[in-house]
Write a protein of this length. Structure first.
Length: 322
């Protein structure tokens, strides 16, 4: 049974820049406050947000130095580290190269992986989906979201970032099939964290993205790092920090409908900074939100783009090998 007290803890620290040494110290603070430490020899998967290699100024992706700081901290504690995701377009390795993550990890004994092999799982909401084998077979999954606005879901935070364990073209298909069917899309997203090994969510909020996220928004200096064992708890805290009403978030509403631990701000425990010490009032989100579902034409065009990107990645990889 999960420790309920630890499920309600949210660790918040102020962080104004992406200096790796400083972030490692703050990551250590966060993990110590949450009683989190990977056992020596454990297989740890870092799951950043690698949405696209073409994201504007790379601010849509989890920052490279932040990913490297987390990787170093895990290695320092004896973990074996892999890093991967399933981007909307292209391969994870291509996005990591384009966003500077590959360079930041240079010389570290880590393995960068593309999520390709998958296993079908049945979700509590009644749906089935294919989850990356790497996410299912690790000992600990370390969720590394970028704090950003989202034109369909208001914000993309810890719970939403687990969508990346669903492999490839299945993500837009899920949008298309379930986006307008009651709350099935939100229910699927809320189910995903329970389908993979437990771990920790560490969120990159030094420079967040506001406006037309998750890809085309603008940088917003939020100046924080956040962590929690329970992704629902840290999402609730961050909605407050961003000056948003929880009910505006479709994912928060689904969590509230289920009465999940961490959904009520008054129940949360803050061992480090309090939300009011970091709260902002000018973070911009899209209103009204756009439909979650994809038009069939958009789904077809997106499929063609994914095929073209995949072929280009293979050609580039072949050229690199030769």
């Amino acid at each position: 049974m999960k420790d309920l007290n630890n499920q309600l803890k949210v660790a918040l620290v102020s962080c104004k820049n992406y200096e790796r040494r400083l972030m490692k110290e703050q990551i250590d603070q966060i993990c110590h406050a949450l009683n989190f430490r990977p056992p020596a020899g454990s297989r740890v998967l870092l799951k950043p947000n690698l949405v696209s290699a073409g994201s504007r100024g790379n601010i849509a992706c989890t920052n490279a130095e932040f990913v490297a700081a987390v990787a170093e901290w895990m290695l320092d504690h004896g973990a074996m580290v892999k890093i991967g995701d399933s981007p909307a377009f292209g391969s994870a390795c291509k996005v990591m190269a384009a966003s500077g993550i590959s360079e930041a990890l240079h010389g570290l004994p880590v393995t960068m992986v593309d999520f390709s092999d998958n296993r079908s799982v049945s979700l509590p909401c009644g749906l089935e989906t294919a989850i990356a084998v790497e996410a299912l077979e690790c000992d600990l999954l370390v969720n590394l979201p970028k704090i950003k606005s989202h034109c369909q879901l208001l914000v993309s935070l810890a719970v939403k970032n687990y969508f990346g364990v669903v492999v490839g073209w299945r993500k837009p298909l899920i949008h298309a099939r379930y986006g307008e069917v009651d709350n099935l899309f939100e229910a699927l997203l809320v189910d995903l964290p329970e389908m993979v090994p437990s771990g920790i969510s560490l969120l990159d909020g030094v420079v967040a993205m506001q406006g037309n996220g998750p890809l085309k928004g603008d940088p917003f200096s939020l100046g924080l790092l956040a962590g929690a064992i329970n992704p629902v708890a840290v999402d609730s805290a961050l909605l407050k920090i961003l000056g948003l009403e929880p009910e505006q978030s479709p994912l928060w509403r689904e969590c509230a409908r289920r009465k999940l631990p961490g959904v009520k701000n008054q129940s949360l425990v803050y061992p480090l900074l309090m939300p009011d010490e970091l709260r902002v009032s000018d973070f911009e989100v899209v209103q009204p939100l756009k439909p979650v579902t994809f038009h069939p034409g958009k789904l077809f065009v997106g499929g063609l783009k994914r095929v073209a990107t995949s072929l280009a990645d293979r050609v580039n990889y072949g050229n690199h090998k030769s």
